[in-house]
Design a protein around this ligand. Structure first.
Ligand code: SF4
Length: 188
């Protein structure tokens, strides 16, 4: 940063730079002028979809040295046309936040602490419980002998971050397993 000089006073800069209303470059500080957008540092840009809600706005992910440095709206997206809501605009923090949870945490019944689990173990536990619940709560017929072929012990409640394809697969899986209560947060 250069030494302060009266020649750098904003009013003089306004006159010198032809910025009579003081709304342009004349009123920016040297610090501001030294800043560059994070997008200009990226070495590649990847198109993606905002994961936060079912609108699915298009995003441009700016990457530098294999790290996400900024996320902007994608003007090529036919429905969001470059726009992101405040949540989507902040999704860089979803990726880079130091408080982001990146491990499976489990609190066993009666437990007071979270335990770390590897993914394989966690998936096996979910499958075991799913199958056991289905077995225990299966209803083949009602009291009049009419076929039911269902379980009322399993329900699905999807989050708004699920997209159409994920909801389609969840609906298929749970219906095939005999679940009846299949819902999504976006509808509630
Ligand atoms: S959270 Fe916002 S930016 Fe993301 S998909 Fe939904 S509306 Fe679009």
């Amino acid at each position: 940063m250069g030494l302060p000089t009266p020649l750098n006073w904003p009013v003089l800069r306004q006159l010198r730079d032809g910025d009579a209303l003081g709304r342009g470059r004349a009123v920016t500080s040297e610090t501001t002028r030294s800043w560059t957008p994070r997008t200009s540092e990226a070495d590649r840009v990847v198109q993606s979809v905002c994961p936060y809600c079912a609108v699915g706005c298009g995003q441009k992910i700016f990457v530098k040295d294999d790290k996400v440095v900024q996320i902007e709206g994608d003007p090529d997206s036919p429905h969001s046309r470059g726009r992101l809501c405040p949540k989507g605009s902040a999704s860089e923090q979803l990726v880079n936040s130091p408080t982001r949870v990146t491990e499976v945490l489990y609190r066993r019944p009666g437990g007071t602490e979270w335990e770390k689990l590897d993914r394989e173990t966690a998936l096996e536990m979910i499958v075991d419980r799913f199958l056991d619940t289905r077995r225990r709560t299966w209803q083949e017929q009602d009291e009049k002998g009419r076929r039911l072929g269902r379980t009322m012990g399993i329900a699905a409640l999807g989050g708004a971050t699920l997209d159409n394809e994920e909801n389609y697969l969840i609906k298929k899986l749970f219906t095939a397993a005999g679940a009846v209560q299949i819902e999504n947060q976006a509808r509630i």
